[in-house]
Design a protein around this ligand. Structure first.
Ligand code: CU
Length: 483
């Protein structure tokens, strides 16, 4: 059941990348001169989420989401990044194993794309699968910077061999706009499976009591929500036929929020997490995605009608977090049915044997210092908040060694932990051992524990951080560097 991949791009509001394709001349020669294979232009523009809701923000190539970029695994590309804004920018190639100077993180030493300037980069895209690209600048208190803007877009790296047991693929990018600060948040506490650890709850309470300011730290909320840049009901529906198998590639491009997604009357067969095939594909009624996580799931279209595929949070869905799925021959108002609560458990996609024993184990305890930094919460790893001035702490790693990172979360927040330039293997989630699930972002539950392994196989400075923009900007980062 092979289909023309490019034909899917007209669905769901994603625009194909003009001029991009596998037929381009070898890019190696174009790395220094000549025409780039891709151009990313960063500029302020308007995103029309609905006729009544047009937001001004920073965009890639004048659109949100940024154009879907299709790379071919192992085939070098040259990318021109133009920055038409007044501030330096960085484009991070999330989930790819590429050198530090093109990864898009100043902490790793990637040069900024200067304001009103340009930078050409060249790299060999890998590994195959669903990745994305997004800005990696610090926002702190500026809600017009960083991932609060519209600087995000999907990347798909075509594998050399593709099993492709589906009829069509559809990319969905979930995103919020019009952010504002508030005291205290509405973190989706029911997202994850597993129980809190009492000792971590005690630590969290103690940190709260020791905080000089007793009020809650600032959090970010949003007014508008969208999938593929359109509020629910305002974009082109996903048009399907009965009996079709549709592969959805879902990206949570939020700056700060955990998202859920359900399609009434249908189940998702999760086949990949963060673009990497899982050892045990499994059916679930609801997807949960931390900030920057991706899920690829096949849905068998066996429940004809017009449905709203949306977030479980009523308020967010009412303000746009949904997209219409319309069967051929069916018309009318899209229907939503609230699913039963469903706890996300990464281990159901794993295997029970393995993983390999690590060469070294590092432990990290996460603590929130309530409202400690000018009203913002400060985050510490083992008591240290990352400093943008000194770029410390730095953990030294050695080429070829397997490291196990163990996390203990002494806060009630969920943290989407992200490691740059490497994939990691989940080894334990909320006390449950697992193996074989390869990811680059994973949600560490409130007052829970989690462990993953990674192999040091990509020399260069490597950033680790929580992908929640408010957390990474206020301490929740660390650097790894090769000896
Ligand atoms: Cu966090």
């Amino acid at each position: 059941m092979m289909t023309d991949r490019r034909s899917i791009l007209k669905y769901a509001g994603l625009t194909p990348w003009l001029g991009a394709g596998a037929d381009l001349a070898a890019a190696t020669d174009q790395a220094a001169t000549g025409k780039a294979d891709y151009t990313v232009r960063i500029a302020t523009g308007l995103a029309e989420l609905s006729p009544e809701h047009i937001v001004s923000t920073t965009l890639y190539n004048g659109q949100f989401p940024g154009p879907l970029i299709r790379f071919r695994e192992g085939q070098r590309v040259a990318v021109d990044i133009h920055n038409d804004t007044d501030t330096p920018e960085l484009v991070h190639w999330h989930g790819q194993m590429i050198p530090s100077d093109v990864d898009g993180s100043s902490e790793e030493g990637t040069p900024f794309v200067p304001a009103h300037g340009k930078r050409r980069i060249s790299f060999v895209p890998k590994p195959a699968g669903f990745r994305f690209y997004h800005t990696h600048v610090v926002a702190r208190g500026d809600l017009n910077r960083g991932t609060y803007t519209g600087q995000a877009g999907p990347v798909y790296i075509e594998p050399k061999n593709d099993p492709g047991a589906y009829d069509r693929e559809v990319f969905l990018v979930m995103k919020e706009f019009l952010p504002s600060f508030s005291r205290g948040g509405d973190m989706a506490q029911d997202a994850l499976a597993g129980s809190p650890v009492a000792a971590l709850q005690e630590m969290g309470k103690k940190a709260d009591q020791e905080a000089r300011v007793k009020t809650k730290g600032l959090e970010v909320g949003y007014e508008l929500f969208c999938i593929n840049g359109r509020m629910g009901g305002h974009g082109e529906p996903v048009r399907v036929k009965q009996g079709e198998r549709v592969l959805f590639h879902v990206l949570n491009a939020s700056a700060t929020e955990i998202r859920s997604l359900a399609l009434p009357g249908h189940v998702f067969r999760v086949v990949s997490l963060d673009g990497n095939p899982v050892p045990t594909p499994a059916n679930v009624p609801v997807l949960w995605l931390g900030t920057a996580e991706r899920i690829s799931a096949i849905v068998e279209m066996n429940h004809p009608g017009v449905w709203l595929m949306g977030d479980l949070a009523d308020d967010d869905r009412a303000h746009g977090m949904g997209i219409v799925v319309e069967y051929a021959g069916h018309k009318g108002k899209p229907q939503w049915i609230q699913p039963q609560p469903f706890h996300w458990d990464y281990t159901q996609f794993g295997k029970t044997t393995g993983p390999a024993a690590p060469d070294e184990t590092m432990e990290f305890t996460v603590i929130k210092q309530n409202a400690a930094l000018g009203g913002f919460n400060q985050w510490t790893l083992n008591g240290i908040a990352f400093s943008m001035e000194t770029m410390k702490p730095v953990y030294t790693i050695r080429q070829g060694r397997r490291y196990r990172l163990k996390f203990r979360n002494a806060s009630d927040d969920i943290h989407p932990l992200h490691l740059h330039r490497h994939s990691f293997e989940l080894t334990s989630v909320a006390g449950k051992p697992t193996a074989g699930v390869m990811k680059d972002v994973v949600m560490l539950g409130g007052y829970q524990e989690l462990a993953f392994d990674f192999v040091a196989d990509n020399r260069g400075k490597t950033l680790f951080h929580c992908h929640q923009q408010l957390h990474m900007d206020f301490g929740f980062m660390a650097l790894f560097d090769y000896a």
